[in-house]
Design a protein around this ligand. Structure first.
Ligand SMILES: [Zn+2]
Length: 406
């Protein structure tokens, strides 16, 4: 099997020139696809679709929301093997105040610069070139090799929800977010929460007649830091980084001479597989009870932030390190780079969690390295683009071209 696999993968890597991978990623970066673009991800999805079709690959667009299509491309297998899905997102965050031209990609000393180069048009380009290489080398697959390029990962994961609900289906999947070529089978869940504090308005000159919601918020923050944070820090996970809580936003009051009757704090809570969402909520209710016992006028309400998700909770991603897709990636990394792959856990949240949990398709995260996702200077390493294309190709051949009768 090993000899056969290396023969096949040699054929695939000869079918795709290094410069082609780089050129495709540059072309993707050149087309803005962030939330301030009126047609959002449409142009980049159309561009990639046309390119794949021109290579003879069955690729199509499926509209998820107005002007916002997912791309679904398939190299069909004979039906006797396992199906593998490669997945990336087509949206990026806006340019914000980047210190370089965001949509004029440049390669300097092995780094390809531009908005989305790393997060994640680099990984997406390498995945697309994997299909192109396998198609050009005319290798017969037993199981389908699928590429899905989805919208909205930076916002509500509208694209991945659509794939989970309407297909296509695979036996396992890889999300090509940037991991510095480390294999990341698991990561934490993500919940955005709002805590609303309700007081009573009064004139600032007669503040004793009111109830100050800002003061309540301040007491809540102290309780979080003294009571909850130490407990979170002590909590360890077997498969992910430890849980976190970030106080991200505070808003409240109207003007200095009024007692604030409302204040809200927005929280980012990263939860580990050993926790559950109910427990996350109950820990806040417990703090509310303690604060109420100290002051009967304390009134707070916990809400889920509606801007965080569409319908599917952003659960943790958990895939066994013994799963075939993890093993296969490990072998491919070793064969392409000559070193053993690191197994780590991503600090962020990804679409992989929706596919693993709701789509019942074990999905791991693996992609190129670089720096500056969402930051002022963003780049992906061009060497990694080529290596990732070869690694994805080896995994695809291992999973989809393995003869199931042997
Ligand atoms: Zn991303």
């Amino acid at each position: 099997m090993a000899a056969v696999l290396s023969d096949l993968s040699g054929k695939v890597s000869r079918a795709v020139k290094k410069s082609e991978v780089e050129r495709l990623v540059k072309d993707l970066v050149r087309i803005p696809s962030h939330s301030d673009v009126p047609t959002r991800e449409k142009r980049v999805a159309e561009f990639l679709n046309e390119y794949l079709v021109s290579e003879g690959i069955a690729s199509k667009l499926r509209t998820v929301q107005k002007d916002r299509p997912n791309l679904i491309a398939v190299i069909g297998g004979s039906g006797s093997g396992k199906k593998l899905m490669l997945n990336g997102h087509t949206d990026t965050v806006p340019a914000y105040d980047m210190d370089m031209p965001p949509f004029t990609p440049r390669v300097v000393k092995g780094r390809l610069y531009g908005r989305g180069a790393l997060d994640m048009k680099g990984g997406l380009g390498a995945m697309a070139m994997t299909l192109v290489g396998i198609r050009r080398s005319r290798i017969k697959l037993n199981g389908d090799l699928i590429l899905t390029a989805v919208i909205g990962e930076e916002q509500k994961s509208e694209g991945m929800e659509d794939i989970v609900l309407h297909g296509p289906r695979a036996d396992m999947a890889i999300v090509g977010e940037p991991t510095d070529m480390e294999i990341q089978p698991s990561h934490r869940g993500l919940e955005w929460l709002e805590v609303h504090f309700y007081g009573k308005a009064a004139h600032g000159g007669q503040a004793e007649k009111g109830v100050n919601a800002i003061s309540m918020a301040s007491r809540f923050v102290q309780k979080v830091e003294q009571d909850l944070m130490p407990r979170l820090r002590a909590r360890k996970s077997r498969s992910t980084l430890p849980p976190t809580l970030n106080l991200g936003v505070i808003q409240g009051g109207q003007q200095p001479s009024s007692v604030a009757d409302h204040c809200v704090i927005k929280i980012d809570r990263r939860w580990v597989p050993e926790e559950n969402l109910q427990q996350v909520f109950e820990e806040f209710y417990d703090l509310f009870d303690k604060l109420k016992a100290e002051d009967p006028k304390f009134r707070a309400e916990l809400k889920r932030d509606p801007s965080n998700m569409l319908t599917m909770t952003h659960v943790p991603n958990v895939v066994s390190v013994a799963h075939p897709v993890v093993k296969s990636l490990g072998n491919a990394v070793k064969s392409v780079t000559g070193r053993s792959a690191k197994l780590t856990s991503f600090w962020g949240w990804t679409d992989a969690a929706l596919m693993t949990h709701f789509g019942k398709t074990p999905t791991v995260v693996f992609g190129p390295g670089g720096a500056g996702a969402h930051a002022k200077t963003e780049y992906v390493r061009t060497d990694d683009l080529v290596k990732c294309t070869r690694i994805y190709s080896e995994v695809a051949l291992d999973i989809c071209a393995r003869d199931q009768r042997n």
